[in-house]
Design a protein around this ligand. Structure first.
Ligand code: 0X9
Ligand code: ZN
Length: 312
């Protein structure tokens, strides 16, 4: 149950860490069963909160964070785990869960992640069996039901961007949908962040097409604040680009960010494409750069928090 951010962890080690901190800090940290992966791995979400709002008419805003929907993007789970560690285990950060609640799931695709550890470092998708095909898996980030299969997604099970036989075909994406439908009927979640790599980008909707949302001014302004905080953290000095994902990258429908904004009830929705450090190859962040990367990212998360606390 010890995290150093000097090496990568197995999924079962992440679960052991979450169980340990929840047991050690029961007044602020609680575990929720988020779902069960296709191959049967338990997906745990941790809530960090100082308790309910003193005014029941005005619940505290929640920040929701996930990571690891793409298996090979190894730097994403540590970014989420570092946030958990800093919130729960560093008493200097107690003010960050005073007026804001956190819900964090550090690994959304445990089967794919395990497969990258054991078989294929470049695996991206889930590990579900496809009917009438020998090819395995669905791209979780093409599997959400908002403009599903509109652009930048494939209907071929052998493609790395296979959108699935239908929207929410995967237990992992269905679990995220169900969490929002169950926990966010009252729109208490004010910020959604999903960690990916790579590219040093703060991306906001829409991803399904080259269309900017009505509230893009908000999304851009907050994104710029966060990008500045990341750079000024001075640990890796990443220079983030801030834009809609379709304009900065490519059109890709069925992403979690679009669905959470359009259907899940969270206006402020971001995909963070983390950097890959000085590795010659993407996704292969060297172990010695995990810590500086998650530290600068944490500075960005504090900027997100301050904005949410101030506004809601
Ligand atoms: O293609 C993706 O799913 C993301 N990039 S990655 O290299 N990590 O695979 C970008 C997703 C941006 N959001 C949407 N297109 N909705
Ligand atoms: Zn990704």
């Amino acid at each position: 149950g010890h995290v150093t951010f000097r090496s990568y962890m197995f999924h079962h080690e992440m679960n052991a860490y979450l169980r340990r901190v929840a047991a050690q800090y029961p007044n602020i940290a609680t575990l929720e069963h988020f779902g069960t992966s296709y191959e049967g791995r338990e997906m745990l979400l941790i809530r960090v909160s100082s308790g309910p709002s003193s005014n029941p008419d005005v619940p505290k805003p929640t920040i929701f964070i996930d990571a690891g929907i793409h298996a090979r993007e190894w730097i994403a789970p540590p970014a989420a785990l570092y946030i958990i560690q800093q919130l729960v285990e560093n008493p200097e950060n107690a003010a960050l869960y005073e007026n804001v609640d956190w819900a964090i799931i550090p690994c959304l695709n445990p089967d794919g992640y395990q497969y990258t550890q054991e078989e294929d470092r470049w695996w991206r998708k889930t590990r579900s069996i496809n009917a009438n095909s020998t090819c395995i898996g669905t791209d979780g980030n093409r599997n959400f039901d908002y403009y599903w299969m509109h652009l930048g997604a494939s209907n071929s099970p052998c493609s790395d961007i296979f959108a699935g036989p239908e929207a929410f075909s995967e237990p992992e994406t269905a679990a995220l949908r169900d969490w929002f439908l169950t926990n966010n009927a009252n729109n208490v979640v004010k910020l959604y962040i999903t960690f990916h790599s790579y590219g040093s980008m703060l991306l906001y909707p829409w991803g399904y097409d080259r269309i900017v949302p009505d509230d893009e001014e908000d999304l851009l302004q907050l994104g710029n604040l966060v990008a500045e905080a990341i750079y000024n953290a001075n640990t890796l000095r990443s220079e983030y680009i801030v834009n809609t994902s379709a304009l900065a990258l490519y059109e890709a429908a069925g992403g979690s960010d679009d669905w959470v904004k359009a259907v899940g009830g969270v206006d402020l929705s971001y995909t963070i494409e983390l950097p890959y450090g000085d590795s010659p190859l993407p996704f292969m962040n060297p172990a010695y750069q995990i810590l500086p990367t998650v530290q600068e990212t944490w500075a960005g998360i504090i900027a997100f928090h301050d904005f949410i606390e101030e506004r809601f």
